[in-house]
Design a protein. Structure first.
Length: 334
């Protein structure tokens, strides 16, 4: 398979892969690893969402959340504008926001189903005409940008975007919803990881060397020395599930912790799609986000045809997912 054909295939499978990781983790979102082990043993396939606190009622296996929805929004903004353009991103995000049903959350407040508070707040500001450079939550450091970055990283790689442009685009997309240096640091580092996975065959030593270089660069530029290096240092040793939990908060809702958990699951299984995704799920915490992030990473690391479990055929609106992904690949590579 030529590099161009491989890249085309990775683009065509990206959105369904993200949706699979999202749907795998959604049923146990917020549950701990201990709870999952006690009540499920080990999750190895898509299951219904009856337990999810944000999705009332029982949804069949394959139902996905805002992680996929916002990844689609990023992809559609790129397709519509034929490149990265904040006006197009705002429009696609607001369209996704408006089509999302409202729910009453655990605090008795009406909000968008599954959407994080920082993103909801930003959308409301954008609807009022506030500029995207000022719409993000000050000091917001949730993972709401990390889980939707893969379509942008794919587009950037396909179009040969320079590093300086990549980082500026990550900063703009992040600041729209999460206005903090730690959030911008996390998205820059994750963008480098996604770019590296697209550019070469996965090798743990090479990836971690690149990761160290990325951390050094971006910690210096954001003025946050040590903010990520110490947290991710454990990846250089032997990585197993207990080691991941021992070196993270076991939750992953905070952007640096999200990367520490997702990267651990990915490295533990050499980037193989199914075991990496389900490792992220069984670790607990923000399982739909870590699952979707690991799924995108594994899709980029897979150099032959991506092999998801056969139950991916149960993904909600699978044909739509394939259509958006196909359009992304075609437009990015034209």
């Amino acid at each position: 398979m030529t590099h161009t054909n491989r890249l085309k295939r990775q683009g065509e499978t990206l959105i369904p892969a993200i949706a699979y990781g999202d749907a795998a983790g959604l049923p146990v979102e917020t549950r701990s690893a201990e709870y999952i082990a006690e009540h499920y043993g080990r999750i190895r396939k898509l299951i219904p969402t009856a337990e999810n606190p944000y999705f009332t009622g029982k949804h069949e296996p394959g139902f996905w959340s805002d992680d996929t929805q916002l990844s689609i929004a990023v992809a559609q903004g790129l397709i519509e504008a034929d490149g990265f353009n904040m006006d197009a991103q705002i429009a696609s995000h607001l369209a996704a926001y408006d089509e999302t049903p409202n729910i009453i959350n655990s605090r008795g407040v009406e909000t968008k189903r599954g959407w994080g508070g920082s993103t909801v707040g930003a959308m409301e500001k954008l609807k009022l005409g506030i500029d995207s450079s000022e719409s993000g939550m000050l000091d917001g450091a949730g993972n709401g940008v990390l889980m939707k970055m893969a379509p942008l990283a794919f587009w950037q790689y396909a179009r040969g975007t320079s590093d300086d442009e990549r980082y500026d685009q990550y900063d703009q997309l992040t600041t729209m919803t999460h206005d903090s240096d730690i959030a911008r640091l996390a998205t820059r580092i994750h963008g480098d990881v996604l770019n590296a996975l697209l550019s070469g065959t996965y090798d743990k030593r090479e990836l971690l060397t690149m990761l160290d270089e990325s951390i050094s660069l971006h910690e210096f530029e954001t003025g946050l020395p040590g903010a990520m290096r110490d947290l991710l240092a454990y990846l250089h040793g032997d990585v197993d599930a207990q080691n991941i939990l021992n070196h993270t908060d076991g939750k992953g809702f905070y952007a640096p912790q999200t990367l520490a958990m997702a990267y651990g699951a990915f490295v533990m299984h050499g980037g193989k799609f199914v075991p990496s995704v389900y490792e992220a799920v069984n670790l607990g915490g923000d399982t739909d986000s870590t699952g979707s992030i690991v799924a995108a990473m594994s899709n980029f690391a897979t150099k032959e045809a991506l092999r998801m479990k056969v139950d991916h055929q149960n993904l909600d609106r699978l044909q739509m997912l394939k259509k958006v992904s196909g359009e992304l690949a075609q437009k990015a590579l034209h």
